[in-house]
Write a protein that binds this ligand. Sequence first.
Ligand code: NAD
Ligand code: DAU
Length: 349
Amino acid sequence: MKKILITGGAGFIGSHVVRRFVTKYPNYQIYNLDALTYAGNLENIKDIEAAPNYTFVKGDIVDADFINSLFAIHNFDGVLHLAAESHVDRSISDPLAFVRTNVIGTMNLLNAAKNQWKNDFTDKLFYHISTDEVYGSLGAEGLFTETTAYDPNSPYSASKASSDHFVRAYGETYGLPYVLTNCSNNYGSYHFPEKLIPLFINNIIHNRPLPVYGDGNYTRDWLFVEDHAVAIDLVFHEGKNHETYNIGGFNEWKNIDLVKLLCQLMDQKLGRTEGTCAKLITYVKDRPGHDLRYAIDASKINTELGWKPSVTFEEGLERTISWYLDNTEWLDNITSGAYQSYYKDQYSV
Ligand code: NAD
Ligand code: DAU
């Protein structure tokens, strides 16, 4: 029985990873460590909470004493580290929160793993889940590869870049076994409605304006979250020690084109006349330091580990919209309370 620590498992991507590991690997005891911030929600993993190989631990990765004692009690064999402050807009209004969780929190986990494993790293692995945003912004051409120089532009991406550097440094300096992945924009079920796709689905449901930043000509590379979970599973089990893998959807969309497609699909799903949802599109003040374009070259994970996305964007988006329409209670529960004041501050409404 291996003991695996997954951090941030009550969040968007983490909940899909926890579900996959708990159901696919009955011989692993999965510990899901999450502070349950505004972005963490036990409803996201309700379906597996009674599984015998699953334990939820509420705790903050910024608390070094707590993290050290957790490692001392359980002596984990592997760590999949997803806990983070993850929203760029929030990093602009409160950058220090991102330094605390993303930098100090990651350091605490690295220290605890290094000290607990005491240089006997046999069959041990620290897997750090990161983002393509560390590479900065692309122009109209080119793709991010694993050797693209780091050039982060937002406090969020700077904090993730910093954590990536510390993971590598612990590998080089102390021999800590690690793998690291940098992934593009995810979408799918359980995505908190502060990010573009779930925010716009929720606003369409409620006939609210769709706030497109700037001219909407920013490009992102979208990946269905369940395909990301498959890639994470593969890298955890077959990735080479001290290697980085880029993960992406081979699926670039300008924001405005994506929003128009979303509006078209939502008109159909909600039985509204064609063009109704698109009337909600509203151009608003741009995000400061807004990165123009992200696009991933995922050929390394494809050729070395045989991974590629299995879900087309049209299928993934359709499944995502259906999930939100079938789960309006989940949406309503998390958009009451603190979400309302966040929304007012962010969109000046
Ligand atoms: P999320 O914001 O949905 O979830 C983050 C989770 O971490 C939440 O459950 C939250 O409660 C928990 N958390 C936050 N601070 C914590 C702390 N101090 N201690 C313990 N738990 C804490 O994030 P997500 O979108 O699921 O992203 C997960 C990871 O994947 C992050 O590291 C992010 O940088 C990375 N990533 C995200 C995307 C994306 O498109 N969402 C793409 C690439 C990489
Ligand atoms: O690339 C990976 C990253 O993708 C992850 O590391 C981050 O955790 C994740 O949040 C995401 O970052 P983005 O900033 O790209 O995602 P977001 O959904 O916030 O925005 C997507 C695009 O849509 C971006 O160009 C900004 C724009 N946008 C976003 C919001 C919330 C709008 O035009 N209006 C909005 O209201």
